[in-house]
Design a protein around this ligand. Structure first.
Ligand code: E4P
Length: 217
């Protein structure tokens, strides 16, 4: 499963990209607004810092505006993926971008039928919002499993990008449910290796080794 970082914070993204295990980045309008600065400049810097796909969301809600904005975003770097909302205009734009060879991430997906429609429109990625479904008493991970079954049944190449991921358990469950990718807040990504027994074991091994008086080099 590919792991993306859900952030527009260049400093955090660069630090995580340094691990060599970041496969891409997702941003949304809220993250960009929180970050401040000039959106297009920030996007260009993120695209240069990370090799994988970088999702950048349009601001328009009407087809013509989405097309104009998406083309502008896609011209910034080869790894830009145009992020579009799951609306009729958004799916129309998805089809048009697919015809032009421009990759898309269809966002704000909350049902399997929405995901089916996005795949039919030729979306490169579909973003089901697991955490927000859980927040409203639903079972976000069931949606991932349902979309996996539908896409496999019909051979849709659209990649399932589990979004609104909040916990390590979400990451594990998304992997078990067959998500192609998951996008994580930087803090969650950074903490993926943390376990008290790993830390305790490492401390003990280091203590024992230094007590032995030996060196490797
Ligand atoms: C993904 O593309 C979204 O930006 C993100 O995962 C939304 O997460 P949230 O529900 O925690 O805001």
């Amino acid at each position: 499963m590919k792991l993306f970082v859900d952030s527009a914070d260049l400093h955090e993204l660069r630090a995580l990209a340094d691990t060599g295990l970041v496969d891409g980045v997702t941003t949304n309008r809220s993250l960009i607004a929180k970050q401040g600065g000039v959106f297009l400049d920030t996007l260009a810097a993120i695209c240069a810092a990370v090799e994988g796909p970088v999702s950048a969301e349009v601001a328009s809600t009407a087809y013509a505006g989405m097309m104009a904005e998406g083309e502008r975003l896609a011209a910034i770097a080869a790894n830009v993926v145009v992020k579009l909302p799951l609306t009729w205009d958004g799916l129309k734009a998805t089809q048009s971008f697919a015809g032009r060879g421009i990759r898309t991430n269809v966002t704000l997906c909350f049902t399997a039928v929405q995901a089916l429609m996005a795949a039919k429109a030729g979306a490169t990625f579909i973003s089901p919002f697991v955490g927000r479904i859980d927040d409203h008493g639903g079972r976000g991970m069931e949606l991932i499993a349902d979309i996996r079954a539908i896409y496999d049944q019909y051979g849709f190449p659209t990649e399932i990008l589990a979004a609104s991921i909040r916990t390590e358990t979400h990451v594990k469950d998304a992997a078990l449910a067959g998500a192609d990718c998951a996008t994580l807040p930087p803090k969650l990504f950074q903490g993926l290796l943390t376990h008290p027994l790993t830390e305790r074991g490492l401390r003990q091994f280091l203590d024992d080794w230094s007590g032995s008086g030996q060196t490797i080099l």
